[in-house]
Design a protein around this ligand. Structure first.
Ligand SMILES: CC(C)(COP(=O)(O)OP(=O)(O)OC[C@H]1O[C@@H](n2cnc3c(N)ncnc32)[C@H](O)[C@@H]1OP(=O)(O)O)[C@@H](O)C(=O)NCCC(=O)NCCS
Length: 172
């Protein structure tokens, strides 16, 4: 599987959502059943990386949405500088690589593209941080190596964050 260079917005007339398999059913199902519906409803945006020379095959995808976090869930040093309100953040709601392309650096490039996308949105309307929900402890390590820090967790997910100031430093 050879990816092209550019992530593009998911388009049902071009992209074969059913052919995508990252090995995690919930992430396959989101792409196949919900990504377009959520995009049409105006609550998230899904970007896909097509294969080079075969625009229908999806090598990787990410989905961005807005959300908010509790101020108290941030480290104290950060929280004390913020007003006593929920804190607006961007959410990497999904991020996955086709299982045939695992281990080739696509997860890293999808994450960098997603963070750059957040940074560009931030130029128009600021958010305090980007958060991501890791499905398990292994995936948590994937995000931590790029500077994400634990925020909070429940039985279903481990929430991590990286401040927008840190992200901006990556793209100066
Ligand atoms: C997690 C996932 C996105 C990683 O994608 P990938 O293309 O295989 O990862 P990369 O090749 O870009 O790896 C980049 C680095 O992360 C590390 N890494 C990859 N998967 C990891 C994992 N599950 N846990 C910890 N580290 C991981 C790699 O070893 C590599 O480190 P290195 O640069 O020091 O060699 C991919 O395995 C996937 O889609 N999994 C199923 C869906 C999923 O769990 N998505 C996360 C959403 S919560």
């Amino acid at each position: 599987m050879h990816p092209s260079d550019l992530f593009v917005e998911l388009d049902k007339t071009i992209h074969n959502r059913k052919g995508f398999d990252c090995g995690t059913q919930a992430l396959n199902q989101f792409l196949q059943q919900f990504a377009l519906r959520h995009s049409e409803a105006g609550i998230s945006k899904t970007m896909v990386l097509p294969a080079g020379g075969d625009a229908s095959t999806i090598c990787a995808y990410y989905t961005l949405a807005h959300t908010e976090i509790k101020r108290q869930s941030l480290p104290k040093a950060m929280a004390k500088k913020l007003p006593r309100h929920p804190v607006p953040v961007m959410l990497i709601a999904q991020l996955a690589v086709h299982k045939d392309a695992h281990g080739q650096g696509l997860g890293k490039s999808a994450l960098i593209k997603a963070l750059k996308h957040c940074c560009d949105i931030n130029d128009h309307l600021p958010s305090y941080a980007v958060v991501v929900d890791a499905l398990n402890e292994g995936v948590q390590e994937f995000y931590k190596q790029y500077g994400f820090m634990p925020l909070d967790h429940d039985e279903e997910r481990i929430r991590l964050f990286i401040s927008m100031k840190t992200i901006q430093q990556l793209f100066v």
